[in-house]
Design a protein around this ligand. Sequence first.
Ligand SMILES: [Zn+2]
Length: 212
Amino acid sequence: MVQIDDAGSGSLIGGTCIGAMRVETKEFVFDFIPVESYYEGAFEKKAYIDKCEEIVYSLISKLNVSKREEIQICQGYMFETVRHKLKQEGFNINSTKIKDPLQGAIENTFQEYALSLGLPAQYVKYTRYPLHFHRILRWVYADYDRRHLLCKTGWKSWKKYGHLNVEISEDILYKRNYTCLKCGKRIKPGSRVKVLRYTSNCPNVIYLHHKC
Ligand SMILES: [Zn+2]
């Protein structure tokens, strides 16, 4: 039996991982819908759904899935068209909520990917709400010019919160254990810092190294 699911479709940064696993052997293959499919312009045309379909077909072919083997595929709307097509072609499709072993594997794969994009580990792991929108948004505003390119800019929430006014000033930071959200290194207490302020769903203050 083969399971198919996604991870990361709800994350503001990065694309979405699509994975497939043969449960009996744990053979695991995956690919990513690139973030560009979620950019403003592409998102409205549902480019990510076309890409999802393409990837599902390629994963099925990589695993040599026959029409007799059961395929359990995630119930999400992203898979709606490909589920329909596969059924029509005579594949043995079951739409269901996907659990382990695929779920754990694909979530790990997405976490590794998020880390590779530069997202700090404490945003991705060790948290009850990984990849929380407003937390990621802080990270994006800390280096907006580069990081806005990693965002699903076709989202409504990006339209609302992705172009906020950022006020920049300077200060001395006395807090201990503060990490610069731009370079990821500690800021020594008592040093000069750049201060970014913006209001999303609440007022935000971000401190960066003076030269960052
Ligand atoms: Zn820094």
